[in-house]
Design a protein. Structure first.
Ligand code: ARG
Length: 457
């Protein structure tokens, strides 16, 4: 029997039930639903809509339901459309006629919005912890990298040498921005919809401020129609989760490249690689590839919800039931991804010599030659042309760039030394740059930013 059967003379068709049921996934909200119901009962007692005995009896039934759910002995009924229905049905079985008063002044519309906000608050806070742990791993890797350098790439072409620490911190800063975004999202979703009813509030003397504070929300809703129909917080959460996924995906792509035989920059720990069922020699970067692959689904979850929300008239519409599966999935996948990729990074074996060799040869320090000329008074555009000409000749004639520099009328005897192994990276001295001096400063700033991000907000 449904909660709303009174209005109907016939029962629900099986096909309709199978299509509309949400219990298989909204069971995830059981804890939050009980929490919301407890606050609602306390609110009803406070304003005199329930006697304190009635309140006690409902709270005790809710505790029993909690225990039954936790110990997995709760028996769901085929008529349970969703977790809210299931809890109310069981409370009524346990508390007798008083159970019929649980839903006083409440609708599933404000109830589900309350549950989902509580769930999102709790779970995004867990994602914050996971992202911060990843940042810490990157910080440790950066510290351990010391003065090791590698080619920095643009267009996947060797561009300029950079410290490996600089490279790790680059990923660290992007994840710290994600932490900021998570907090921003958490701040905006911290509003209780409980008391909005179906859409218009109530004729009963409810106290939404009281239930909001019981539930630990920073505020109650300002507008009951907005309260039951707003899912901006889900869209925002899905965006932030997709952004984290995109960051992991970019790191994943890099690990795939770096661990390939072509690059040979690193070896994945056995615990974070997998083999081939056919080719005995293979060691594949599957976690990194899935960090890349699963991001498609994170973006899909965001896109799907945005399309669901687009064009929905106020206020609650059943379409909104489609908010939960993408949210649960994105939170779960991002948390799993952060742990797997965090582990891969923490255990990564770096091949310093290979990285440095790749960053030493050829014309990777060509800009240093051009800047040498600039310092000696040549306008940059001219300096660029002079060096580009030498680079082209060294390629065409298979000659060493340093020899051509020594022979060139434009350069003094000291210029060719700029091309010696390991020199160019030390010359990146500007704030935020890739050389030892600014990276040492950056390390201090990153440690401060990470510490600030770890402080509870
Ligand atoms: N399962 C529903 C959802 O997730 C609960 C709210 C149902 N409200 C209603 N008016 N049918 O949105």
């Amino acid at each position: 029997m449904t909660l709303w059967h009174g209005r109907f003379s016939g029962g629900m068709d099986d096909a309709m039930a199978a299509y509309t049921v949400s219990l298989p996934f909204d069971r995830e909200l059981a804890k939050e639903d009980l929490e919301g119901s407890r606050a609602h009962v306390q609110g009803l007692v406070r304003v005199g809509l329930l006697t304190s005995e009635e309140g006690e009896s409902l709270l005790s039934a809710l505790s029993t339901v909690d225990e039954e759910l936790t110990s997995q002995v709760f028996v769901f009924d085929p008529s349970d459309e969703d977790i809210h229905t299931a809890v109310e049905r069981r409370v009524t079985e346990l508390a007798g006629p008083t159970g019929a008063k649980l839903h006083t002044g409440r609708s599933r519309n404000d109830q589900v919005a309350t549950d989902l906000r509580l769930w999102t608050k709790r779970n995004l806070s867990l994602v914050v912890v996971d992202v911060l742990e990843f940042c810490q791993i990157l910080q440790e890797r950066a510290t351990a990298a010391g003065e090791t350098y590698l080619p920095g790439y643009t267009h996947v072409q060797r561009a300029q040498p950079v410290l490996l620490a600089h490279h790790f911190y680059a990923h660290g800063w992007s994840l710290l921005r994600d932490v900021d975004r998570l907090h921003d999202c958490l701040k905006r979703l911290d509003v209780s919809p409980l008391g909005a009813g179906a859409l218009a509030g109530s004729s009963l003397p409810l106290d939404p401020d009281y239930t909001a504070s019981l539930l630990g929300f920073a505020a109650r809703f300002e507008n009951s129609m907005d309260a039951v129909s707003d899912r901006d917080f889900v869209a925002e959460a899905l965006f932030v989760l997709a952004m984290i996924g995109i960051h992991l995906s970019r790191m994943g792509e890099e690990l795939v490249l770096w661990s390939s035989e072509e690059f040979g920059f690193c070896t994945l720990d056995d615990g974070f690689a997998s083999g081939s069922s056919m080719l005995p020699q293979k060691k594949n970067a599957d976690a990194a590839e899935l960090a890349r692959g699963k991001t498609g689904r994170l973006v899909g979850n965001l896109t799907g919800l945005l399309v669901t929300l687009k064009g929905l008239p106020l206020s609650y519409n059943r379409d909104l039931q489609e908010d939960k599966e993408p949210l649960f999935d994105s939170v779960n996948q991002v948390r799993l991804g952060l742990r797997a990729m965090g582990g891969a990074y923490a255990t990564l074996q770096i091949h310093d010599a290979v990285m440095q060799r790749a960053a030493d040869g050829g014309a990777i320090a060509a800009i240093d030659l051009a800047e040498y000329l600039v310092v000696h008074g040549t306008p940059f555009r001219e300096a660029h042309a002079i060096v580009a000409d030498l680079v082209r000749r060294s390629i065409d004639d298979h000659s060493e760039l340093s020899e051509l520099v020594n022979l060139s009328e434009h350069f003094g005897e000291d210029a060719a030394a700029l091309l010696l192994p390991g020199v160019a990276v030390t010359r990146r001295t500007t704030p935020g740059g890739a050389g030892p001096k600014p990276v040492a400063e950056q390390a201090v700033r990153f440690a401060e930013a990470l510490q600030a991000a770890q402080r509870p907000r």
